[in-house]
Write a protein that binds this ligand. Structure first.
Ligand code: AMP
Length: 196
């Protein structure tokens, strides 16, 4: 939170998905974070929801940083219209750079890469490596089956209720951003990620 400016790290799909609701959600989160005066750090691509998110955030006046591995510059089409595009040697450095800059994390609909990023940052919090808010936007019920399964992981005794409750879940983009803002106001000061 340099100079008091909040940076939100967003994980999201490199595809658009089937429903227009997903791109609308990416647009709303980009515009919404900009409206709050926040900055965005994300995976740096121009494809899929990543591009929609970054363009909306920039259009709203947010500073946008992308972090992309050299090997994915072609596949995810590194976004040249950002305030900053960090081209890094590999995926591990990408995730480290994104996490280092983030005050909070938010996942939009996405695929395997999005799941991996969300679950990694969630496990880091479970282990106490950071205390930052983690949010999931459940647009058009996309994550309903996952959320049901996560409930089962608690019922079946593999995840504690406290661990499950760390994830802020909402279907409404503005309400979710407001809950992230509340969590940032009420949360403990974030220590550096020592895992990375
Ligand atoms: P996807 O959700 O699969 O469309 O991917 C969304 C983003 O996650 C893309 O920028 C991918 O490069 C990224 N990604 C894919 N695999 C991983 C991984 N193992 N760790 C971190 N990010 C990944």
């Amino acid at each position: 939170m340099k100079d008091g400016t909040i940076t939100l790290c967003v994980f999201c799909g490199s595809r658009h998905g089937e429903l227009p609701a997903y791109a609308e959600a990416a647009q709303a989160i980009g515009a919404g974070l900009a409206g709050r005066g926040w900055q965005l750090v994300y995976g740096g691509g121009r494809v899929g929801l990543m591009g929609v998110l970054a363009d909306a955030a920039r259009a709203g006046g947010a500073r946008v940083t992308g972090v992309i591995p050299q090997s994915l510059m072609a596949r995810e089409v590194g976004h040249r219209g950002l305030d900053e595009l960090l081209v890094v040697p590999n995926m591990h450095v990408r995730k480290r750079r994104m996490a280092e800059r983030a005050d909070a994390f938010l996942a939009l609909p996405g695929g395997l890469g999005t799941f991996e990023e969300l679950f990694e940052i969630w496990t880091w919090r479970q282990l106490g490596y950071h205390q930052r808010p983690i949010a999931l936007l459940n647009s058009a019920g996309y994550y309903d089956p996952l959320l049901r399964f996560l409930q089962d992981t608690v019922t079946q005794g593999f995840v504690s209720g406290e661990q499950a409750d760390m994830l802020l879940v909402d279907a409404d983009p503005q309400r979710l951003l407001a809950r992230v803002a509340d969590a940032l106001r009420n949360g403990k000061p974030a220590p550096d990620l020592s895992l990375t």
